[in-house]
Write a protein that binds this ligand. Structure first.
Ligand code: FPP
Ligand code: MG
Length: 340
């Protein structure tokens, strides 16, 4: 059954249909993730396995596999590269939870809460190093450049977030720049890698490569916008972390930026104090959510995410229609309709 979303054009696969389309490959990716995390230092696979089994969606491997197949790739290096991007993602989460001093990830204690900051940072380094050694052995030209640029953006994004910690004056433009770096860049790189792998089996045109890049960048930005909306709208159980966690950690995101831009003087004063306060009470978070609702900031964010999704999908016309194209359209739809 193909779901009908609100986006234009033909068939779109639901997330579960995409997972079953790639069932064998995704299983092989799981083996690959286990295999390459082996180490004579026993604690390394324990910590990386703990995070890996913690309920991630494997969105980045799915993107590598789908774009590679869309571009006619038929070898086995799409599996290896799925491990590469998933390891980089895992490394950033390990490091991010240290930076954010987070206790919980996806509903269970974060690795830093369980083993401490030192282990989280160092196992993250191991996975990061492993992903580059896999590329040294398996990557066609262009891949190392795309991935290393993405990881530089990741680091810049995370540092920018630190620079703008508790900064209520963060503009929408700065925010979009930040989330491109923090999330969009790696998702874009996953699609580039698929295209580059496809290019080793047949022709992938310049227009198609550019389309993959635009698609990845735009769904990546939309993904983070939705993440930031869910932080205020989802309940703690679905989200696997407390509501308003971003504010507690000092992250000023789109709903807050939008509400602040529309707020009156008294409300702005309250918001400024709240964002800066070290101990955020549930009552204060509740008041911020009221302002976000008052100024329709969630709908604003949703329609902005939808614009990015439409831009992403609009690029895909240069590919022949097949199930992998349907999967990319379905993924775009999933990203804005997801509830966690
Ligand atoms: C999660 O954001 C954080 C990121 C997506 C980027 C993290 C990047 C780094 C730690 C720097 C680079 C590190 C390496 C190894 C290249 P979030 O805190 O908004 O999301 P969350 O709610 O899932 O924690
Ligand atoms: Mg975090």
């Amino acid at each position: 059954v193909h779901s009908e979303g609100n986006l234009s054009s033909v068939k779109k696969l639901g997330f579960e249909e995409i997972q079953s389309l790639l069932k064998d490959e995704l299983e092989t990716v799981e083996h690959s993730l286990k295999k390459h995390a082996r180490s004579s230092v026993a604690v390394i696979p324990i910590i990386s396995g703990y995070l890996s089994n913690g309920g991630g969606k494997r969105l980045r491997p799915i993107l590598v596999l789908t774009t590679a197949r869309l571009c006619g790739y038929s070898g086995e290096d799409d599996i290896t590269h799925s491990a590469v991007v998933e390891y980089i993602h895992a490394a950033t989460l390990l490091h991010d939870d240290v930076v954010d001093e987070a206790d919980v990830r996806r509903g269970i204690p974060s690795a830093n809460a369980k083993w401490g900051n030192e282990y989280s940072v160092l196992v993250g380094d191991f996975l990061f190093a492993k992903s580059f050694s896999l590329m040294a052995d398996h990557s066609p030209p262009g891949v190392v450049q795309a991935i290393s640029e993405a990881t530089r953006f990741l680091a810049e994004g995370e540092i920018l977030e630190l620079v703008h910690s508790a900064d209520i004056d963060l503009t929408e433009k700065d925010y979009l720049n930040l989330i491109f770096r923090k999330t969009g860049a790696l998702i874009k790189a996953c699609c580039q890698v698929g295209g580059l792998l496809g290019g080793t089996c047949g022709e992938v045109t310049g227009r198609q490569m550019a389309a993959l890049e635009t698609y990845g960048e735009n769904i990546g930005i939309a993904f983070q916008i939705i993440d930031d909306l869910l932080d205020f709208t989802a309940d703690e159980k679905t989200l696997g972390k407390p509501v308003g966690q971003d504010l507690i950690e000092g992250h000023v995101t789109l709903p807050v930026i939008h509400a602040f831009a529309n707020a009156d003087e008294t409300e702005r004063k309250f918001m400024t104090e709240t964002v800066k306060s070290r101990e955020l009470t549930a009552r204060r978070i509740g008041s911020i959510i009221e302002l976000i609702n008052k100024y329709d900031s969630i709908s604003y964010g949703n329609s902005m995410a939808e614009n990015y999704i439409n831009k992403a999908v609009g690029e895909l016309d240069c590919f022949p229609p097949n199930e992998y194209l349907d999967a990319l359209k379905g993924l775009a739809d999933y990203i804005i309709n997801r509830e966690m």
